[in-house]
Design a protein around this ligand. Structure first.
Ligand code: NAD
Length: 348
C-alpha cells in the first residue's frame, strides 16, 4: 500500500513548530500517508521543498541539532513563519500549528499575519487548548472567509477527539446536564513537550499564562520538582466548553475539564475519558463514557485527530467551499437543527 501512494499527489502540508508534536507528526505521517510535508518551521528557521521534504532527514537533523535550522537545506531565520509563507504560500495546501500558544494571542496573531500578509489559501488546523484563544480566533471568522481559508480549531485530543466524542454521544439525549472530561498524560521528560507542560502549569493556582511564559527552564524544573513531576489540574479553562456551546450541545458552564499529567513517566497516571450525562426523550437520565486506551500516547491522540480534521477540512473546503472558523465539535452530527421550519414550510 505504501508504495502505491504518490507523494506529490497528496495535499502539501506545512508544519509550523518542530518540538514534541511537530516532530511526532513527521513520524506519524510516515505511516499514515495522507499529506506530503513540504515545509517545517521553528523559532530557528525553516526548510521547504515543493516536491516534499525527506522527513527522515528532517528527523535526523532535529535529533542532532535540536532545531530546524540544523536540517540540511534549511534557512536560518528570526521570522521563520513570515519568511516561509512570503516565499512559498502558493505551494502549500494546509498548515498545522504545532506551536506554543503563549501568550493567548500568539496563534491568533500568527493567523492575522497569514490572513493579511501572505497569499495562503487553504486549510489551517490547530490543537489549541484555551477558551480565550478560541474566542480570539472566532473573531477572525469573516476575515478567514474573505481569504477563502478554512480554519479548524481545537482539533487535538482535548479539545478535539473528546469534544467530538461528546458531540456524537449527545445525540442520544434531548438535553445535556453535564460533560466531564478527565485526561491522563504520561511523558518521560517534560522538555520533549515544553509548550504543553508550560501551558498546563499556567492552570495551577498562583500561575497564569503570562507568568509561565516568563519563567526560565530552571524555574519550570523547580516547580515540577516540588510536585514530584505530577501536575494535578482541576476546573481548567479549556476550550471544550466554548466549542460545545458553539456546536449547540450545551452551555459552556456545563463542561468541566481536569486531568493528571506525569512529567516523569511515559505511563498514563489515569485513563483519559469523557462522560456525557443527559436526559433522553423518554425521560431517563443516563451517562455515556468514552475512554481512550491507555496504550495510546498524547502524540497519537493529538496528531491522529489533527490529521483526521485536516482531511475533513480539505474535503469540506474543496468539495463544498466551506471557509471561515469552525471547531472540532461542529464538524459532527448536529445536536440542534440548523433550520427550524414547520412541516408546511418545508413542503413549499
Ligand atoms: P514544543 O514546545 O515542544 O514545540 C513548540 C515549537 O514551536 C518549537 O519547535 C519552537 O521552536 C516553535 N516555535 C516557538 N515560537 C515560534 C515562532 N515564533 N516561530 C516559529 N516557531 C516557533 O510544543 P508542544 O509541547 O509540541 O505543543 C505544541 C502545541 O500543542 C501547544 O500549543 C500545546 O498546547 C498543544 N497541545 C494540545 C493538546 C490537545 O490535546 N489539544 C495536547 C498537547 C499539546
Amino acid at each position: 500500500m505504501k508504495s502505491s501512494i504518490e507523494k506529490t499527489k497528496l495535499p502539501r502540508l506545512a508544519i509550523l513548530g518542530a518540538g514534541g508534536l511537530g516532530a511526532e507528526m513527521l513520524v506519524l505521517l510516515q505511516k499514515r500517508l495522507c499529506a506530503n510535508v513540504v515545509a517545517l518551521a521553528d523559532k530557528s528557521g525553516f526548510v521547504f521543498n515543493g516536491q516534499g521534504l525527506n522527513t527522515l532527514d528532517c528527523l535526523e537533523g532535529l535529533v542532532r541539532e535540536k532545531k530546524v535550522s540544523g536540517i540540511l537545506g534549511a534557512q536560518a531565520s528570526d521570522n521563520s513563519i513570515e519568511e516561509l509563507l512570503d516565499l512559498n504560500a502558493q505551494n502549500i495546501d494546509a498548515i498545522f500549528y504545532a506551536l506554543p500558544n503563549l501568550p493567548n494571542e500568539f496563534i491568533p496573531n500568527i493567523t492575522k499575519q497569514i490572513i493579511h500578509n501572505s497569499a495562503f489559501e487553504g486549510v489551517i488546523v490547530d490543537a489549541l487548548k484555551r477558551t480565550t484563544a478560541v474566542k480570539l480566533l472566532h473573531s477572525l471568522d469573516s476575515e478567514l472567509k474573505n481569504r477563502k481559508i478554512l480554519y479548524l480549531t481545537g482539533c487535538g485530543a482535548t479539545p478535539g477527539m473528546l469534544t467530538a466524542a461528546a458531540s456524537l454521544a449527545a445525540q442520544s439525549f434531548i438535553e445535556i446536564t453535564n460533560i466531564e472530561i478527565t485526561f491522563g498524560v504520561g511523558i518521560a521528560n517534560w522538555q520533549a513537550y515544553r509548550a504543553t507542560i508550560r501551558e498546563d502549569i499556567a492552570h495551577l493556582e498562583g500561575f497564569s499564562v503570562e507568568k509561565v511564559n516568563n519563567m526560565s527552564e530552571a524555574e519550570i524544573d523547580a516547580e515540577l520538582e516540588k510536585r514530584n513531576g505530577i501536575l494535578e489540574l482541576v476546573d481548567m479553562e479549556h476550550a471544550d466548553d466554548i466549542m460545545l456551546e458553539l456546536a449547540g450541545i450545551c452551555s459552556a458552564d456545563k463542561v468541566k475539564v481536569g486531568g493528571i499529567v506525569d512529567t516523569r513517566s511515559a505511563k498514563k497516571p489515569i485513563s483519559t475519558n469523557v462522560k456525557i450525562t443527559g436526559i433522553t426523550y423518554q425521560n431517563k437520565v443516563s451517562t455515556h463514557t468514552f475512554t481512550l486506551g491507555d496504550e495510546t500516547t498524547m502524540a497519537a491522540n493529538v496528531n491522529g485527530t489533527v490529521l483526521g480534521y485536516l482531511n475533513a477540512g480539505l474535503h469540506l473546503r474543496q468539495e463544498y467551499g466551506v471557509y471561515g472558523l469552525k471547531t472540532a465539535a461542529e464538524i459532527m452530527p448536529r445536536f440542534q437543527p440548523v433550520l427550524v421550519k414547520t412541516a408546511k414550510e418545508l413542503l413549499v
